[in-house]
Design a protein around this ligand. Structure first.
Ligand SMILES: Nc1ncnc2c1ncn2[C@@H]1O[C@H](COP(=O)(O)OP(=O)(O)OP(=O)(O)O)[C@@H](O)[C@H]1O
Length: 249
């Protein structure tokens, strides 16, 4: 038994089977990236694990207990999406305090400082750049001290320095708090620079075609030579991996 055990027989939308026979387990504190072609069902999988959708056959267990069937699910769940989903009428500080049951101002301020927003506690979200808004969303995801953190392409369409700064902040927050992270991305280099393990999904219906361990020293950056070398090895060995196939057809 691992902390998270996912065993999905099938997830369908009408006649369309989106996930089939998708299984994996994850240990506490692991950083797992989910990489696969568009439509493979990555976001759908995160929705099932978050309990936003329970229409599937199979099971998802958290610490040996079925998730969302007669229990509370994950006690502390964090989520971050492509759009920062901030409350525009609340200050940065209040956006963070909003999700904390005890409205702990000190903790919120510390996290905002950790992500480089210490000088913007009372700013409104629309006064921040796109990168700063994602920093705020990152701080909000960590303020509940998540045991499980689900991230759906949180840094997509940012310029490289902004993306690098966010990835650096995420790595240091993860190393300090050690939630189990499931991070969806299309970007193999991003996955290699962040994750301990990459689960590659097939094209629809999605299942895992390769469970790949990333053994590179941290901290890492997307452009590190070691990341480039590993990407090249993977490209050479599995040229169709990002299209959802292990072998050439
Ligand atoms: N609520 C829904 N109703 C019907 N079909 C849906 C629904 N949500 C997703 N789908 C379909 O399920 C499939 C998988 O979608 P999903 O968003 O999970 O894929 P994805 O791997 O995250 O794709 P992308 O990388 O493009 O974001 C797609 O064909 C999508 O159209």
């Amino acid at each position: 038994m691992k902390q998270l055990d996912v065993d999905i027989h099938a997830k369908r939308f009408g006649d369309h089977t989106v996930l089939r026979e998708l299984r994996f387990s994850a240990a506490p504190g692991e950083f797992i990236a989910l990489v696969g072609p568009s439509g493979a069902g990555k976001s759908t999988l995160l929705h099932l694990i978050a309990g936003l959708d329970n229409q599937f056959t199979g099971s998802i267990h958290w610490n040996g207990q079925p998730l969302y069937q007669g229990n509370q699910g994950v006690e502390r769940l964090g989520m971050m999406f492509q759009e920062p989903r901030l409350m525009p009428w609340l200050s940065c500080l209040d956006n963070i305090r909003l999700v904390q049951p005890n409205r702990d101002t000190d903790k919120a301020v510390t996290l905002l400082r950790d992500v480089g927003l210490g000088d913007f506690l009372n700013a409104w979200p629309n006064q921040l750049s796109g990168g700063m808004q994602r920093r705020l969303a990152l701080a909000r995801a960590f303020v509940v001290a998540p045991q499980l953190l689900l991230m759906d392409e949180p840094f997509v369409s940012l310029d490289m320095p902004t993306g690098d700064r966010l990835r650096d902040s995420l790595q240091s927050l993860w190393q300090r708090h050690k939630p189990l992270v499931l991070f969806v991305t299309h970007d193999l280099r991003e996955a290699l620079s962040l994750a301990d393990r990459i689960l590659f999904l097939s094209a629809s219906p999605g299942h895992i075609i390769l469970d790949f361990k990333v053994s590179l020293a941290r901290p890492r950056r997307r452009e590190d030579p070691a990341v480039t070398a590993l990407q090249e090895q993977l490209d050479k060995r599995y040229p169709s991996l990002l299209s959802g196939r292990l072998q050439h057809e």
